[in-house]
Design a protein around this ligand. Structure first.
Ligand SMILES: NC(=O)c1ccc[n+]([C@@H]2O[C@H](COP(=O)([O-])OP(=O)(O)OC[C@H]3O[C@@H](n4cnc5c(N)ncnc54)[C@H](O)[C@@H]3O)[C@@H](O)[C@H]2O)c1
Length: 454
């Protein structure tokens, strides 16, 4: 499986991508101490996208726990009211920039690193611009939502000499790490095929269809937004690259599949009979972050899951053939009565079964169950506990690896642009395969740098 010496195709690419609109907008700016951050040798950080993930994963925790290593110098968002709310919640004194002033922000505040936590389809344009302006980038997944963005990001990163980190926290979950350990131990020999079934429940799964995620143009579909986590994990576990992708998908449950609908839950005439009615007014944080900022951009955080315009598949199956011949059979259903994953590796010397449990409607006091069965031997079973912290402790482990200098990464968990692009490309290819009814070859989507190899 060592492909270090196996060159991938390469072709010249001329970036013609979407330019960010940078018309200035007059905003009250607070004088910033970016010079003092430099003097103190701290990494200067600007963040674009001040939603719950920007605030909860990067904003507040970085201020609280990594103040020796870094300092925020600016926040940027298309909704300036939300940026104001977040600046207050982060308790920092930095200037705010409207998204139209992104370039101005970089030129004035000169961050070393830009953290990109916007709506998915804007990760790539901001990443590209930040690289061009001489910054490193830490981007939330998915790094890209279409093939054109993928090519632009790869070419721009190479040209800029700067670095992209894609924040695949799912690699850091306790069961994900355990899978990596078992697979790399070689106990099962060569991997022949992988099965991965993702179950999103009527709470978590439904939440995607209340928000921009339900529209493919923003999220690239759940095949990109959500499944890029899983495709990345699989690529990382088996250390292989995808070759051909085929898929099927339906909007089978949400969207048009109901007799009634409203724009959003607040004031909905069907509230009393809708199982998916969600009262956002009971959640102060959500009210501060979204409802109090609604008049700025009209974004309704409690959108209707029965919206006729929902076009993101809620049920999908994907088949991938990897370069080494490994076959992947993947499925995701977003309307399940319970959450979890069933993952299996079928190998020349046996099979590994993993069942992940999270927020089950029954008692379970561990995160995952492992079953390792070597051919002609008895099955070994064990369980893995969930870690403490965000996403089972994976959020904290990821931040430590990014910001604590000298922290070892023995499993290679820190993901770069290659991992970001490869995982998205499987979802992008799957979406194209569904739309065209034909298999899609990954090498037809993007021309990769010659030097790539695991
Ligand atoms: N790794 C994980 O576990 C994980 C978990 C949650 C979210 N995420 C990722 O984090 C990102 C943000 O998710 P969220 O739940 O906070 O979403 P959100 O909608 O709550 O926040 C997105 C923010 O981006 C802003 N925005 C939208 N378009 C913009 C533009 N063109 N320019 C500047 N700002 C813009 C919005 O106003 C909003 O403040 C998503 O990409 C999502 O995939 C990752």
């Amino acid at each position: 499986m060592d492909k270090k010496n196996k060159p991938l195709n390469r072709r010249d690419f001329i970036a013609k991508g979407a330019k960010l609109s940078i018309a200035p907008l007059a905003l009250p700016l607070i004088k910033v101490n970016s010079a003092s951050a430099k003097a103190a040798g701290k990494q200067k950080i600007a963040m674009v996208g001040t939603g719950v993930r920007g605030y909860g994963m990067w904003g507040k925790p970085l201020v609280d726990n990594y103040s020796k290593q870094l300092e925020f110098v600016a926040l940027c968002d298309a909704n300036i009211k939300r940026a104001e709310v977040v600046r207050k919640k982060m308790n920092i004194n930095v200037p705010l920039y409207h998204s139209r002033d992104f370039t101005k922000m970089i030129n004035e505040q000169k961050p070393d690193t830009v953290i990109v936590t916007t709506t998915d389809c804007f990760h790539a344009p901001y990443t590209k611009k930040a690289l061009e302006l001489g910054c490193n980038v830490i981007s939330e997944k998915p790094l890209v939502t279409d093939a054109k963005q993928a090519q632009e990001i790869l070419d721009t990163e190479k040209k800029s000499g700067k670095k992209i980190t894609t924040t695949f926290n799912a690699r850091f979950g306790t069961s994900s790490e355990e899978i990596k350990r078992v697979i790399s131990s070689g106990v099962l020999g060569k991997i022949i095929s992988v099965e991965f079934q993702e179950y999103l429940d009527v709470d978590h799964g439904a939440s995607y269809f209340r928000r921009w995620h339900g529209k493919k143009r923003y999220s690239g579909s759940l095949l990109v937004h959500k499944a890029s986590h899983h495709f990345d994990q699989i690529n990382w576990w088996i250390e292989d690259d995808p070759d051909v992708v085929f898929a099927n998908g339906n909007v089978a449950f949400y969207g048009k599949n109901n007799a009634f609908r409203n724009r959003n839950c607040r004031g909905c005439p069907f509230a009393s009979k809708c199982d998916f009615y969600w009262d956002i007014t009971k959640d102060k944080h959500m009210m501060d972050m979204y409802v109090s900022c609604e008049n700025e951009d009209g974004y309704l955080r409690d959108g209707c899951v029965w919206d006729n315009e929902i076009d993101t598949y809620d049920s999908m199956t994907v088949e991938v053939k990897y370069k080494s011949g490994i076959l992947l059979n993947y499925s995701l259903n977003a309307f399940m009565p319970y959450e979890g994953q069933s993952i299996a590796f079928n190998c020349e010397r046996g099979r590994l079964d993993v069942r992940n449990y999270f927020r089950q409607p029954w008692e379970v006091d561990y995160a995952a169950e492992f079953r390792l069965t070597e051919n002609f031997k008895k099955t070994k079973t064990w369980t893995v506990q969930r870690g403490e912290g965000g996403h089972g402790g994976s959020d904290e482990k990821l931040k430590d690896l990014i910001f604590l200098q000298g922290k070892p990464d023995p499993m290679g968990q820190l993901a770069d642009s290659r991992a970001g692009v490869m995982s998205s490309l499987i979802g992008i290819a799957a979406r194209q395969a569904i739309e065209k009814g034909q298999p899609v070859q990954i090498d037809d989507l993007v021309k990769f740098p010659l030097t790539w190899g695991w």
